[in-house]
Design a protein around this ligand. Structure first.
Ligand code: CA
Length: 273
C-alpha cells in the first residue's frame, strides 16, 4: 500500500486546522498541522510534504513570506502550495503577486471543496511531471490544449540544443514568437517572464488570433480543472499579463476584452515598435 500523501497545514486557528485534518484524514491523506510559520518551515525542512496549505494570516509571519521561505528549501519545487485567504484583498495579492502558488481557497470554505481542490492539484502536478513536454502537435488541429492529447515528444528532449526537429516548436505569429518546447514567448523580440497561467493564456490567444475565448473556455483549457478556479482568476491573470506586454510595447494592446464574454488576440498588430 503506498504511503499516505503528507499534507502540511500552516494554520493558527485550531478550529479550522481540526476541520482540515479531519477531512484530509478521511480522504486518505496524512495531515501535518503547524500552528506557526516557524513550525511549518521546520516540518517542511525535515520532510517536504506532497502539498502545503498556507494560511495567509499566521501569527509569526504572513503566508506570503512563509511561501517564499518554503520555496527556498530543498525539494520545494515539487511541492504544490495552496493559500488559505480570509479577505478579498489577500486574494488579489495571491494572484497579483504571481508568487507561483498553485491555487488559493477563500475563507470560509467548504472542507469537502478544499479536499477536492487538493486532490485535483496533486493530480495535475503528477500529470505535469509525467508529461513535462506534452504539447499538441498542431495548434490548428484543435482549438485548445486537449489534456488527453498524447505528448508529441515521447523521447527525451536531449537534442533540443542541437538540430531543430522537422516540426520546430518555435513559431512566429505577428510580434509573438512562441517556443512551446521551452514554454517561452517572445514579444517584439524580447522574452516575457510569464507565470504558468500567464503563459497558458497567452499561448492560447496567440495560437488563434482573433478567436474569442470565453472566460470559461480559458479556465477549461489553461487551468486543467475548471472547478479549481473562478472567472476573476482569468481576469486577474490577463491583467498581469497585459502589464508585462505593456512593459515591452506601451502603445500596443494585443489583448482585446469583449465585455461580459472573454478575450481575444488582436489580429492587426504592428510588426515592430
Ligand atoms: Ca489565521
Amino acid at each position: 500500500m503506498p504511503p499516505k500523501p503528507r499534507i502540511l497545514i500552516a494554520e493558527d486557528e485550531s478550529a479550522i486546522a481540526d476541520t482540515l485534518r479531519y477531512v484530509l484524514e478521511t480522504d486518505g491523506f496524512l495531515p501535518v498541522w503547524c500552528p506557526t510559520a516557524a513550525e511549518a518551515i521546520a516540518r517542511f525542512r525535515a520532510e517536504p510534504p506532497a502539498l502545503a496549505i498556507l494560511d495567509v494570516g499566521l501569527p509569526d509571519m504572513n503566508g506570503f513570506e512563509l511561501f517564499k521561505r518554503l520555496q527556498a528549501l530543498p525539494g520545494a519545487a515539487a511541492v504544490p502550495m495552496l493559500f488559505l485567504t480570509a479577505r478579498s484583498d489577500e486574494i488579489d495579492r495571491v494572484v497579483g503577486l504571481e508568487l507561483g502558488a498553485d491555487d488559493y481557497v477563500a475563507k470560509p470554505f467548504s472542507p469537502r471543496e478544499l479536499v477536492a481542490r487538493v486532490r485535483s492539484i496533486l493530480r495535475r502536478t503528477a500529470r505535469r511531471t509525467d508529461g513535462e513536454m506534452a504539447d499538441e502537435p498542431d495548434a490548428g488541429a484543435s482549438n485548445g490544449m486537449d489534456r488527453a492529447t498524447p505528448p508529441s515528444l515521447s523521447s527525451p528532449p536531449s537534442s533540443s540544443d542541437t538540430v531543430a526537429p522537422a516540426s520546430a516548436p518555435v513559431s512566429q505569429r505577428g510580434p509573438f514568437q512562441l517556443d512551446t518546447e521551452r514554454m517561452q514567448i517572445r514579444y517584439y523580440g524580447r522574452p516575457l517572464e510569464l507565470s504558468r497561467y500567464e503563459y497558458g493564456l497567452l499561448r492560447l490567444l496567440v495560437q488563434r488570433p482573433g478567436r474569442v475565448f470565453t472566460r470559461d473556455e480559458l479556465l477549461q483549457q489553461v487551468w486543467d480543472d475548471a472547478s479549481d478556479s473562478f472567472d476573476r482568476t482569468v481576469d486577474a491573470h490577463v491583467k498581469t499579463l497585459r502589464a508585462k506586454l505593456r512593459a515591452i510595447a506601451p502603445e500596443v494592446e494585443p489583448i482585446r476584452t469583449l465585455r461580459g464574454t472573454g478575450y481575444a488576440l488582436n489580429e492587426d498588430l504592428p510588426a515592430s515598435t
